[in-house]
Design a protein around this ligand. Structure first.
Ligand SMILES: NC(=O)c1ccc[n+]([C@@H]2O[C@H](COP(=O)([O-])OP(=O)(O)OC[C@H]3O[C@@H](n4cnc5c(N)ncnc54)[C@H](O)[C@@H]3O)[C@@H](O)[C@H]2O)c1
Length: 355
């Protein structure tokens, strides 16, 4: 029976992946790792907690992680663990550097010292930065050009993973960059759950600036299936030409080519809830240094690994809104524990807090 080590397992995507994994492979041993940072929520694993081995540890701690690897001897590793919220990274970048950069290196180092069958490092479209006017999309060949503290810390982790990939090619280390995800279990400070939970509490939906920031959206289940596909892919050895062509490295960009503005997302959510968007949306000051647009091309994973998204965007958003409506208790508990989760940059300046 295969042993899976899944980090960030109490976060949004990690928890969704653990749920899917136990459906896909009911006999798998799943070691679910999370240090329960701001976004971590063990309740995301409630319905499967008896079927996983939960380890509350920091992936950036080499000694602890090395011991954990030696104890559990994972066959497959998926590293979702990261500090993930752009707004919070502006207020305090340090923890982002630790989890996203050092954590990525420690995880790769553990898989080097205690070899695994394959290891996927999960990264984001945001490492490519902002798409220039006229550019169609990013690909695996695009230069990393992160411009926010969150995405720069992720890019630092990516660079280290790329270095391990090329220095230790037998490690079976793979890297993915995904579009923005939506679906169940997302912390209600992100756009879609924030919009739903605000409307359900009689509050308007805040939209940064003009709301015309354009994002690439993918249902979280499609992301999980793509990561699983990459994890299990039988890949050819990396050719020497990959030294100067990152498109030849085991890197896969994941997207449904679904470009939607933040304003359109907010309007859809409000409409799904039976309210008039013109009355329920308010524009608030934009956050500093906000990426205007990004979109990536999933052509490589489609052609090489035969992956395709299965969720229609309109249906996926409707189902997601319904999930938050049905799971009142889940998000009320989070708000009770963590307080209000929206940001207002006219009141919260970047200098308001530093770490
Ligand atoms: N949410 C998206 O739209 C999106 C899109 C593309 C890629 N990603 C990437 O997917 C991954 C998961 O994102 P998410 O949205 O689920 O984030 P999330 O913030 O909801 O979850 C991340 C989890 O990692 C845990 N964590 C953070 N640092 C840790 C550490 N040092 N040790 C152990 N656990 C730690 C947190 O406690 C949290 O539970 C991240 O790497 C993110 O960059 C996210």
């Amino acid at each position: 029976m295969a042993v899976y080590l899944v980090t960030g397992a109490a976060g949004f995507i990690g928890a969704n992946y653990v749920h899917h994994l136990l459906e896909w492979e009911p006999d798998a041993t799943v070691v679910a790792v999370d240090y329960i940072g701001f976004a971590g929520n063990v309740a995301n694993l409630d319905s499967v907690i008896d079927r996983v081995i939960f380890e509350k540890v920091d992936i950036a701690d080499l000694e602890v992680m090395d011991a954990l690897y030696r104890r559990h001897r994972p066959d497959f590793v998926v590293n979702f663990a990261a500090e993930s919220h752009n707004d919070r990274a502006i207020l305090g970048p340090s923890s982002f550097m630790r989890s996203n950069a050092l954590g990525a290196q420690v995880m790769a180092e553990c898989s080097r010292l205690v070899p695994v069958r394959s290891h996927v490092h999960v990264s984001t479209i945001e490492v490519y930065g902002e798409l220039a006017t006229g550019d169609q999309w990013f690909t695996e060949r695009s230069p990393l050009n992160a411009k926010t503290p969150y995405s720069a810390a992720k890019a630092a982790g990516d660079q280290m993973v790329r270095a391990y990939m090329q220095t230790y090619p037998d490690m079976n280390l793979r890297l993915t960059h995904c579009a923005n995800n939506y679906g169940p279990f997302q912390l209600p400070e992100k756009l879609i759950p924030l919009a739903v939970t605000n409307v359900l509490r009689g509050r308007k939906v805040p939209v940064y600036g003009d709301g015309l920031q354009s994002r690439d959206w993918l249902h979280v289940s499609d992301h999980c299936a793509a990561v699983h596909r990459v994890l299990h892919a039988e890949l050819e050895p990396t050719p020497a030409a990959a030294a100067t062509d990152p498109g030849l490295l085991p890197i896969f960009d994941i997207s449904a080519r679904c470009e939607v503005t933040n304003l359109e997302i907010a309007r859809r959510v409000v409409t799904e809830l039976g309210r008039n968007p013109d009355e329920w949306i308010e524009h608030i000051p934009d956050r500093p240094n906000h990426d205007r647009r990004y979109l990536i091309d999933p052509g490589k994973i489609e052609s090489q690994l035969d992956w395709a998204p299965s969720h229609d965007f309109a249906e996926g958003i409707a189902a997601t809104v319904a999930w938050y409506v049905e799971h009142h208790g889940w998000w009320e508990q989070i708000i009770a524990e963590k307080g209000e989760l929206g940001f207002d940059w006219s009141r919260v300046g970047p200098a308001a807090q530093s770490h």
